[in-house]
Design a protein around this ligand. Sequence first.
Ligand code: ADP
Ligand code: G6P
Length: 471
Amino acid sequence: MRQSSLVVVANRLPLDDSAAPDGACEWRRSPGGLAGALHAILQQTGATWVGWDGTVGEARPLPDLGSLRLRPMALDEDETRGYYEGFANGTLWPLYHDAVESPVFDRGWWETYKAVNRRFAEAAAEVAEPGATVWVQDYHLHLVPQLLRELRPDLLIGFFLHVPFPPPELFMQLPRRVELLRGMLGADLVGFQRPQAAHNVAQLAAKLLGAQGADDAIVLEDRVVRTGAFPVSIDVAEMRSLSARPYVINQARKLRHDLGSHKRVLLSVDRLDYTKGIEHRLTAYAELLRDGLVKVRDTVVVQVAVPSRERVETYRGLRDRIEREVGRINGEYGRVGEPAIHYLNQPFDRADLAALYQTADVMVVTPLRDGMNLVAKEFVAARRDDTGALVLSEFAGAAAELEDAFQVNPHDVDGLKETLLRALSADPADLAARMAGMRRYLTDHDIHAWARDYLTTLSFSSQSRTASIGS
Ligand code: ADP
Ligand code: G6P
């Protein structure tokens, strides 16, 4: 077994298999912010990524991605149900997103979650060379830092949570709150998207574990655990260069033509997830059509909603509701050859996404709660000519950084309608100034800066060991 000096452990590998029309398996980059972000920085590092390829049953061998080695983890049917669909996405995901859907507390899921976390920790221990840095990602693997520390005290261990960390009163609902907190605080550095998360964790560590310290350093028994905010970002250079490709420019022109050259295009791109606020957005748009404030002859919505976690009941129910609502809106307001909403429930490759971003007059990103939301950042990076408006939920982590967006509370449907109208009728000079500001910000805060910042802080949290990564 080859070992690496940098090991990333994440539930999801950056590749996803999907059946081609002839039934053969095809590998492609998985949708979702975590995989995209890390893939961009790890390709040239000689690191190893321990994770799951999304299929149930035996793990298939995977090719290296550049110099990045993939160490696939198998999940059998019970593990997929109890760990991935169950505790991770039926309990933690809704709880961490303000309980916009009710979290389910199923005692059976916990044992599976613990067992799978142990297997991930063992796999990481196997592929980490002596003194290596191991960077554990996200809510699926809360217990890995502590388990790994027990197995390999020589390692430098980081943990990064891509989703929001909830307020203490929500976290306190978790039957296994002490174990989860202790597991995560097994790391040397625990990183979050927003400073509030570190504050919440410090409060909980004091209350549940008797820890001391402050928002940036928690003293737990004989150890100091550093914490802090490291807002994740995108590969800005990749999105810019994609956007300049002749294929993308032509594709964007073609899309505009197909959608109706004179029309204003409102675009949304989400995983089909109840945290993304798709239903609130559809309600707002339907009301604007009803009130005659927008008309199908001069405005069109494109909603990309890539399938996600489809075996989880709440996701299936959401898909049904959305498809019914899109059908109703199109039935009521569409005209022959002119739907009110183009609904695309399919994955796109990066170039086609970049073309879509260039096609939009208004990008509508209105999650009810989101750790960051990389789609908002991708849209900004794709707008080479500083045109277009970004409508952005206050409840996305990205709102703290993209201050020039048209910010909105997506729960307030009237406010959402007003903001959409404001964005649709904004002065081009105002839009250009906003977009230029956001683009400048992203240039300095891309995914490479994020990784450097996190790993440098991690290396300082243990004086004797250093993590290195290509810049
Ligand atoms: P989340 O991580 O919750 O899915 P983000 O907005 O942070 O939300 O990240 C979503 C990522 O998935 C983005 O990088 C986006 O480009 C990608 N993505 C979204 N929709 C699609 C799609 N239909 N096809 C391929 N990738 C997609
Ligand atoms: C979010 C989570 C990631 C996850 C992604 C896609 O970004 O923070 O950990 O990988 O959604 O979800 P999935 O369940 O398909 O991995």
